[in-house]
Design a protein around this ligand. Structure first.
Ligand code: ZN
Length: 710
């Protein structure tokens, strides 16, 4: 519920409440699920408290989880109910359906046979499903069926246990090179010290960071057999590969947690985590809110990735909250990346984080040669997107039987459709964003809100027929071009439109790893984390794309994305190369990439941020105010500007029209607040918001450390 703080209730006699218990609480005419966040003796106050209705027979949230939820709400300047709802997501999912098991009744078969004896022997080991029993006894299903009919075996329905097999840290790990071994030792030392600590595992792509942090997980599990480990990943597409590696390393499946996991399976993971029976979780950002009872290690893999920022509903950054949760739980935190965020690099430079650098690529792999293709000199033909140097390199690669990855961080066929008769740009009806053309579905799609419509035959503005033209490339259009250029090649597209769930992602990644694809056209979904041994050429179709955004992290994000994408080439023994098509080869980002000089890029970018007092040298927060009625919104924003508290080291800018001025029919205005590092910006924003009473149709969303400035 959107309530600023917890409500008080009376504990009925004999309920025996403890912190973190789930209860049924009356609120007005309704009965709601609640969580006990504090207990105290009350000496008969002015008015009697309402008693709680019932203690729910549900797992209790551990104290660390209760504290973390409250901390997250305060930090994000949001209602505590928001993060609590995320923490209870698994508890509210339906339970898995009971399964049928058969077990021996003690009766003996009237007519004993060898097959029947094998069945009884297998059944004596404990309850099995009929299928398991058939397999274990190596008999036909008719044998088991007959024994059930005879009353020798009985069928029983049992709740699916929430248990996971315990991981075995004693199994041998991967062979580590010297650089990996040194980093692993350092992490083990941090875990042995115990308590809270953060390490930045900073290694070029292909340097084997996963093996290193799995050794840290092994050390945590060896030191405490009940320890729990959380590994956060930015993309669902990456989870399957890591789950397989964790299962191989520890001989037990980890819990999987993300939006693609079916609700009953999520419930099973949630209960097992709360009960301490699931010791390793691999998941997306919301896994951070699971009710860990004994969390000893949190790994944030690809820590720089902007996908860790949740932009809707409860707004938070999973990396920042992971560090906070580590502190609350007294756990170690490992942030891993080939291109760490400037925030983490700054913390490492300042000695707040341990800085573990992996320099060498694992095994024989070498870093790819990176070359810039100056599009001003060698532009593609009109209506094409691949320049002659890139096409030549693709032809050479294909002739050698090796693979090419064409990287373009743009879904669909064309990012813009306009009418060549009247110039009308196709936009969504209630949102200021261009509709993206998708050829596979034949639709025009708003990537922001999900609105879509069939591509019209005539211009909706002037009525001209066949006048709508597609402007610019998306992955589908580059795929079309690659197929035209290389008709014998097997070409595929990897984007969130073609790869919609974890299973499909795994299928596509396996097809690429097995060499069933010659040219893969991909968005960022495939640019990170995967190993393709036969991939030797990466072509970046539009290296300038991310630089046009103009926000705080545009250069940083572009550098990270391109470094990850080019790092895909030559990960095994064959050398790789990367070609970046750019209109601005002199830009610092392009120069740093071509020179493979990350430190120079980071130093230049940090100097600029320091000069402007921007993160990581200062703090930022945004307030996005939206409403249905423009004059009312304007009036409220003026009131809000007046109400901004005066505080030393804080500057308030705005209100300004948001670049995305209209989303789902709501007009949007933005305030931006800059503060010195020492300022408690969350407290400042909370004070500000408490001073204003927005009209019913106006909403204020507060974004601490914004990543999107739209
Ligand atoms: Zn028109």
């Amino acid at each position: 519920m959107p309530l600023p703080e917890a409500f008080d209730y009376a504990e009925p006699e004999g309920m025996g409440l403890e912190l973190g218990d789930q209860v049924a609480a009356p609120l007005g005419p309704r009965l709601l699920r609640g969580v006990v966040v504090g207990l105290r003796e009350a000496a008969g106050g002015n008015r009697p408290l309402k008693p709680l209705e019932a203690l729910l027979e549900e797992p209790r949230l551990p104290p660390g989880t209760v504290e973390f939820v409250q901390w997250a709400a305060r930090y994000s300047v949001d209602w505590p109910g928001q993060p609590l709802a995320i923490a209870l997501r698994g508890a509210r999912a339906p339970k898995p359906r009971p399964i049928r098991v058969v077990e021996s009744t003690g009766a003996l078969p009237a007519r004993p046979t060898a097959a029947r004896a094998r069945v009884l022997e297998a059944a004596a080991g404990g309850p099995l499903t009929p299928a398991e029993l058939v397999r274990a006894a190596r008999v036909g299903s008719g044998v088991v069926k007959a024994l059930i009919e005879e009353g020798v075996l009985a069928v029983r329905l049992v709740e699916q246990a929430a248990r996971f097999s315990p991981p075995d840290p004693g199994r041998p790990g991967a062979a580590l090179n010297a650089s990996q071994a040194a980093a692993a030792e350092s992490l083990k030392a941090m875990l042995a010290e115990g308590g809270f600590g953060v390490a930045l595992l900073d290694g070029v792509t292909g340097s084997g960071k996963t093996e290193v942090y799995l050794e840290a997980a092994a050390a945590a599990l060896a030191a405490d057999p009940a320890a729990q480990v959380l590994i956060l990943l930015p993309e669902i597409a990456l989870t399957q590969a890591l789950i397989a590696r964790v299962a191989e390393r520890f001989g037990a499946e980890p819990g999987e947690w993300h939006s693609g996991v079916a609700p009953p399976a999520r419930r099973r993971v949630w209960e097992a985590v709360a009960g301490g029976d699931c010791q390793i979780v691999v998941g997306a950002r919301s896994a951070l809110f699971l009710p860990f009872a004994r969390l000893k290690l949190i790994v944030v893999d690809e820590e720089h990735d902007a996908s860790f920022k949740q932009e809707e509903g409860f707004i938070y950054h999973a990396r920042d909250l992971a560090v906070a949760r580590g502190k609350i739980e007294d756990a170690a935190v490992v942030l891993a990346s080939a291109t760490p965020s400037l925030e983490s690099l700054r913390n490492a430079e300042q000695g707040r984080y341990r800085w573990l650098r992996l320099s060498a690529r694992h095994g024989a792999a070498q870093l790819p040669d990176i070359a810039l293709v100056d599009l001003r000199e060698t532009a593609p033909e009109p209506g094409r997107w691949l320049s002659p140097p890139l096409v030549t390199a693709m032809a050479e690669t294909f002739a050698r039987g090796e693979q090419t990855l064409l990287f373009l961080n743009r879904r669909g066929y064309a990012p813009l459709v306009l009418c060549k008769a009247c110039g009308e740009r196709m936009t969504a009806p209630d949102t200021d964003s261009w509709l993206v053309e998708h050829r596979y579905s034949g639709r025009l799609v708003c990537h922001l809100t999900g609105f879509s419509m069939p591509k019209p035959k005539a211009c909706p503005h002037c009525g001209a027929h066949d006048s709508l033209v597609s402007i610019g490339p998306g992955v589908e259009r580059v795929e079309e071009e690659a197929k035209t250029l290389f008709p014998q090649a097997r070409v595929a597209v990897f984007s969130s439109d073609t790869v919609f769930d974890a299973r499909e992602a795994r299928r596509m990644i396996e097809a690429m790893a097995d060499g069933q694809i010659d040219i893969l056209v991909a968005t960022q979904a495939a640019a990170k984390g995967h190993n393709f041994p036969n991939l030797t050429l990466v072509g970046v179709v539009d290296a300038d794309l991310g630089l046009r955004g103009g926000d705080l992290r545009a250069a940083e994000r572009t550098y990270q994305l391109l470094a990850q994408a080019t790092g895909r080439a030559g990960r095994k023994a064959r050398p790789g190369r990367a070609l970046l098509q750019t209109w601005a080869p002199e830009h610092a980002v392009m120069q740093a990439l071509a020179g493979q000089d990350r430190d120079a890029f980071v130093a230049a970018e940090l100097a600029e941020r320091e000069f402007a007092g921007l993160p990581p040298f200062g703090r930022l927060a945004a307030a996005i105010v939206s409403g249905l009625d423009p004059p009312q919104l304007e009036a409220f924003c003026r009131v809000m500007a007046q109400a901004a508290p005066n505080a030393a080291g804080v500057e308030v800018y705005g209100p300004a029209d948001a670049p995305l001025g209209l989303v789902r029919g709501r007009r949007r205005k933005r305030f931006l607040v800059r503060a010195d590092r020492a300022v408690d910006l969350s407290a400042y924003m909370a004070t500000w918001r408490a001073r204003v009473k927005p009209p019913a149709s106006v909403r204020i969303a507060i974004d601490i450390d914004p990543y999107s400035f739209l």
